[in-house]
Every structure is written in structure tokens, then in C-alpha cells.
Design a protein around this ligand. Sequence first.
Ligand code: PMP
Length: 409
Amino acid sequence: MKQNFDNNSFRDFEYIAGMDAWARAKLFQAYLDDQTLKHQLNYRLQVDSGCGPVISMNGQRLISLVSNDYLGFTQHPAVIKAAVDGINKYGTGAGASPAIGGHYDYIEQLEKAIAKFFRKEHAIIYTTGYTSNSASLQAILTRDDLVIMDSGVHTSVMEGCQCFNRKTVKHNDLNAYEHVLKMAGKKHPLVLVIIDGVYSQDGDLAPLREIIGLCKKYGAKLMVDDAHGTGVIGKTGRGLIEVCDAWNDVDLITGTFSKTFGHIGGYVVGSKEMVNYLKYQSKQHLFSASLSPAALSIVKAIELIDEEPLWMSVLKDNCKYFRHGLQQLGLNIGNTQSAIFPVRVGDKIKNAKICYALQQKGVYANQINYPAVSMKDARIRMGITARHSKAQMDEVLNIWSDIKREFSL
Ligand code: PMP
């Protein structure tokens, strides 16, 4: 008899008592086949055009709301030229890890550019945004320390902390933060609070000023991952730290080059001592090959944020327009204040059906389910960029109007 997997999630296959990895993989394959057949998964859909507001999938034209290319820099001629020039000058790869031959002047240039962007002197580059969190935390934390993290932080943070003492705090709940900080007392050499600037699934902001106040009161250090705030909020795109003018109150800033900066890679910005410590102690940095010379495109993208402020202002206008449109339709988009728009659906199966219906009608959005969000909080996640036109946003809103009726939202 065929098994019904509708109540399962990926996480259910991570451990099953008495089953080895190959047996679990076999069961997982049955789950994938079942859910794919029912259109309840839309992961790893194959796109056959570049990243942009309109994409092609098996020849179907879709308005894409799945990229984090907020300013559209993946397609900016000057950004593309910088990548091509980098490859022409240096070739396609770094050939080695930074410790043993893979540290180049273009990496140094990138470190300086991103540190300066965040008004600091020092930055370390990782090959993904993911490792800029997971790897730096593994080098920073010891088993005596305590991490206090918001329940909305990215998996990469959770992975970096998984072998250490950690407390997860209800999203943006200041009383919960204070309670855990108070309980931590003085027994840990380091208490590290980790938050996002803009949260990746809700699109809302952290109460940064208040959290800084609590960290000061209880002697904790603060790390902020502003992957989704950079290039999106703040007068000059420096994210939530700029909004709150908190330049001297955040100990570590982490982020990624894969969103606003249109490439791949990540960074940790901080004090000279801490950044140098990571450069020699963080194994995934030391012993993993450096970014390719195409990363010179990131240096150009960093410059363009200041040189072409137009893209940020178009993005802000677009977000305002789209938020208003979704609200007019009466859809529940929570408290988003960024370019991320989550339409709350609740039930996972209904969410999957909506996602598939959107796709059939020409809109490519993401379905977000457990474990990315809690079990009953499934939602359709959409991202707006500076390259979406009003006509494209109207097309999406019209389709949502039909979806709302069809699915009684
Ligand atoms: N932090 C946050 C908040 C993210 O949303 C992501 C990416 N989804 C990452 C870190 C990891 O970045 P990357 O995909 O560039 O590795």
C-alpha cells in the first residue's frame, strides 16, 4: 500500500531509530515522489533563464518573486563587466585556500570595500553567506559560552551554535530576551546574542535599539546578520544598523554577497582583533578555496549602491506599491517592513496548493513550510526587487485576487 506523506517534513527523515542513511534515503525518495506527484513541493524547480523579474521555466513565462537580487545587480552591465574583467585578468579560480596561496589582491580589495561599507576597518570573506555565520560561530564559541538567538535567525546561525549552550528566544520578544540574559548571570565567559536585522521569513525588523540596551545591561556581545536589510533599508542601504545609527554598538556584522551584491560569498565585519582571529582560527575560511576573481563584481556592486542610489529608491517605491496592493486585497502579510512579503496561509497543504496555482497562472513564488517556520505558519514568500515593473506587480496582484477567492483566504 502507498504511504501518505502529507504530514511529513524533510526533518522527519534526519533520524529514524534503527534505520541507516541508505534506508532513510529510500524512504525519503518515496516521500519526494509522492509529494512531487501531488505538486506539494516546489523546491529545485529548474529555471532556464537568468535571475530577474521574469524568468522561463520549461518555456513557461513566469513573474519571479523568488530572488533576493534586490537591486537587480546580477544583470547590471557594470557588475557583469567587473566579473568578466576579473576573470580575464586572473583566470577562473583562486586555485587554493587563503592559508596556502589563495589570498589575492582582489580578495584584499573586497575585504576593504565591505569593511568600509559598514564603516569598520576589518572584514573576513567566506565563500558563502551560510559559512560566514556557521563557520565564524564555530571558531568564536567554546562550550563554556552561551548563545541567545532569536527564533527567526537563519539555519546557518543555528548550525554554527548546535554544539554549544544555546537558548532560542521567541521572535522579537524583549521580555524573553531579558529573562534569558538575566538567567545567564555571570557564569559564562561569553554571552552572545544573535539577531537578524531584517528577518528572512517575516520581513520584519529586530528591535535593535532595545536589544542593544539589554546587551549593555547584562554584559553580552551582539552579532547581527543583516543579509536582507543590506541594500534595502537605511538611507544609504547599510541596513538596520544605519536605521538605528548603531555603528558602535554591534560587535559583529555578518551578511552575504548573494542578495543585494548579486554574486556569492559572505562576510563578517568587526574589530581588527576578532577579524584577524577568525582569519587564522576559522577552519572553513583558512582551508577552503577563496572566492574566484569574478568576485570583483562584488566590489563594483558595493560602489554602485552609493553611485546609483536610484535603484534603492525604485526598490522602496516598489515595496510600498506592492505592500499596499496586498493589503488592499486583505491578505495577511504580517508586519513586513522590507522587500520580503509573506502571505500567511497557515496550513501546509493549502499553502502548497496555492503555490502551485500561482505557478499555473504565471507567478513563481516560494512556499515556506516547517522547519523554516513553525508547523501551522506556512506561507507564500515573495520578494520584490528594483527591477519589477508596476505592470508586473499589478499582474501578480490580479492573480492574488483570483487566488484569494478560489482558496477563501
Ligand atoms: N543569513 C540569512 C538571513 C539568509 O537569509 C541567508 C540566505 N538565505 C543566509 C544567511 C545565507 O546566505 P547565502 O545563501 O549567501 O549562503
